[in-house]
Ligand binder design. Structure first.
Ligand code: SAH
Length: 355
């Protein structure tokens, strides 16, 4: 008998699946049932699709397979944070993190294997970019964390941040498709306002987000509003300088009317002076925004050191005196290398280690 080359069924949209069902002489509504099993219920095999007849399931098995991620290693931090090392179908590994607080459970997910951006202070940058994640690989990370939230905390997942490995705006189509599935009723039905996409500041893609009138939140990893310093920290700033970033954010705000969050680390001797704090305050005036002052998570013996508390206080004072909301964020999951910028730092699993 002729072997049919099996396709990953989750590569098909609902419409494509419906067309396939009709071509097979099946009822169209069955396609929607299967689609819900695949996405809403995250089933990993056809045999569990209890409202689908045996013969239809056999037909599906002949044509398709269901590719799924596998949580290869789960680490628990003393502060409750959980880090998943996730194995993809080609054995590559990415990481995602569950961050519990009293009010929220947040999933921090990866969008690429490795990263191409070379930010000097970030562990993920050391890995280089290997490939984009597919929409289902992003979606499955969220499902894994949703399940862990229910198992370990008896609470629902409330928020999602694209702050794991990779640059989400350089994997634009797949990230948007994953978000579409996460927010759709056949998927997880989560509200877009509970999702935040974080970018290094790819201005062209910020404009595209605005044109696409997305309804999720945007965060920008700023770290300095002075070009010279920012370029030293993040080479992307050479081609996407601060002024252009500001312009793209104006465009974002005009189209979406959504505030932006700036992520900002203060390092000793780099941006811990008043000049940098005032430049940040000025940048924050461009559009309605708030600032998250993130604690630096050391990644090696390198040149970067978290600024002293008095510098952090100075920033907060200057920002607040100008009516800008600034929150100091404590690091979470540092003991298991799950904190911002630490992903893949000491990962001992999978292929990443060979880079
Ligand atoms: N590429 C996207 C998504 C990654 S988000 C972006 O850059 O926004 C990860 C966040 O952690 C970014 O704000 C990044 O600047 C920050 N970060 C990276 N390394 C860090 C470190 N060692 N300590 C604290 N924050 C870090």
């Amino acid at each position: 008998m002729e072997e049919i080359q099996k396709k990953d069924i989750r590569k098909l949209s609902l419409t494509q699946l419906e067309e396939f069902f009709l071509a097979q002489g099946e009822k169209k509504f069955r396609a929607k049932q299967v689609y819900e099993w695949l996405w809403n219920k995250s089933l990993k095999n056809f045999d569990e699709m209890s409202n689908i007849s045996l013969s239809t399931r056999e037909m599906l098995k002949k044509h398709f397979e269901i590719n799924h991620i596998l949580v290869d290693l789960m680490q628990h931090s003393s502060d409750g944070t959980i880090k998943n090392a996730v194995k993809l179908y080609d054995n590559k590994i990415v990481e995602s993190v569950l961050i519990p607080t009293t009010k929220r459970i947040t999933a921090c997910v990866s969008s690429q294997v490795g990263c191409s951006l070379d930010c000097n202070f970030c562990a993920t940058a050391r890995l280089k970019r290997m490939r984009n994640l597919n929409p289902d690989e992003i979606y499955d990370q969220v499902v894994a964390i949703k399940d862990e939230a229910e198992t370990y905390f008896q609470r629902p997942l409330t928020n999602i941040v694209f702050m794991g490995m990779g640059e989400p705006l350089l994997n634009y189509a797949n990230v948007l498709e994953a978000i579409d599935k996460i927010t759709s009723p056949e998927g997880l039905g989560m509200a877009p306002r509970r999702i935040t996409v974080s970018t290094v500041g790819v201005t062209k893609m910020i404009r595209k987000l605005a044109d696409d009138e997305v309804r999720f939140n945007l965060a920008v990893s700023l770290h300095s509003a002075i070009n010279e310093t920012r370029s030293r920290l993040m080479p992307i700033n050479d081609s996407n300088p601060v002024e252009e970033l500001g312009e793209s954010l104006k465009y974002w705000y005009e189209k979406t009317k959504r505030k932006v969050t700036y992520e900002y680390v203060i390092w000793e001797g780099i941006n811990d002076d008043e000049r940098h704090a005032r430049a940040l305050a000025k940048f924050c005036k461009i559009i309605p925004s708030k600032v998250n002052l993130i604690q630096y998570n050391p990644i090696d013996e390198g040149e970067f050191r978290q600024a002293k508390q008095e510098s952090v206080d100075m920033y907060v004072r200057i920002l607040e005196s100008q009516g800008i909301i600034a929150k100091v964020r404590k690091s979470r999951g540092q003991d298991i290398d799950a904190a911002c910028g630490q992903l893949a730092n000491k990962n001992e699993v999978g292929e990443l280690n060979t880079i």
